[in-house]
Design a protein around this ligand. Sequence first.
Ligand code: TYM
Length: 347
Amino acid sequence: MGAERGATGEGPHLPARRKRVFSGIQPSGSFHIGNYLGAIRNWVDQQAAYDNVFCIVDLHALSLPTTREGLSGNILHLANVLLASGIDPEQSILFVQSDVREHTELCWLLNSVTQFGDLRRMTQFKDKAGGKDEQVSAALFVYPVLQAADILLYDTDLVPVGEDQKQHIELTRDVAARFNARYGETFVLPAPDIKPQGARIMSLDDPTKKMSKSDPSANATVALTDTPDTIRKKIRRAVTDSGSDVIAGPDKPALTNLLSIFALFADLTVPEVETRYAGKGYGAFKADLAELVVERLAPIQERLAELEADPAVAARLLAEGAERARLRAAAKMDEVRDRVGVGGGRS
Ligand code: TYM
């Protein structure tokens, strides 16, 4: 234990360091209950137990077309959404990726130990490229390498994410292992932290597709900023399965999704929710689900309105977060450059 890298204690008699958590979210589209239940809420719930770094990954957002105004507005909005959801800057470093230049530098070095074939297998690339491989940006292709750089720069042990990021974390481990084999032990191999419930919230329109920020249909998602009436309308219109029993199962993808949203927001298990709605039918269940979501999002929306009234608060917190992240990233990059033999140190 005492030999663990970055131990907070000076000697073996002091407690081992807290596990390091890193996660990121793109400032694109509107943030929805899938992002919240699959990622943000877990970051908040676990933040007292870990040493946390949370990153607004603006450079990743550039992999698809963006505008200057859209991007900068979304960065501050996302910072406020995260703060309103309970990210506490006292307990967690919160910063914007492009404020810490080491991310792009490490990305390049990691590109050199990443195989083209590995990137071509990434399902997110295939989904986002939508068969138009010849026209999408090269950034979309190397996207997972920048993600690996984000994670490896902070000696991360755990990466709390939704299911869709699992393959990227596996690639991160492969890249780290390949770098370590070539240059000597440098990077910690991170583990994904994917919860059994909520890691894949599906579209309300089509329960075979995941709920996605970029879904063109507004009815597919419940945004964290939706008004109570919009939330009620979207849940009332949500697709259901044939039959009338409120039960989950492989042949009931829509109900399974709605039940898991209910269970997560109510802090119950899915069977407990099924029991509560036995014999009651879809109408009553959906009406209660809508009220539950409205009630759970209300305090977040209230805090968000307060934070958005004074954008200087988030701007200051992000600047402080970048300062703290930079210290860690700079120290790690000194070590990495030295291993690779770039950036000075030619003695
Ligand atoms: P992003 O911005 O698409 O999503 C942010 C987080 O939300 C989760 N998520 C979901 N969880 C459950 N159900 C859904 N329907 C759903 N949709 C999204 C995602 O899994 C994610 O945890 N590549 C990442 C950003 C990133 C990152 C990183 C993550 C960049 N660097 C380093 C972790 C570590 C992404 O696009 O997330």
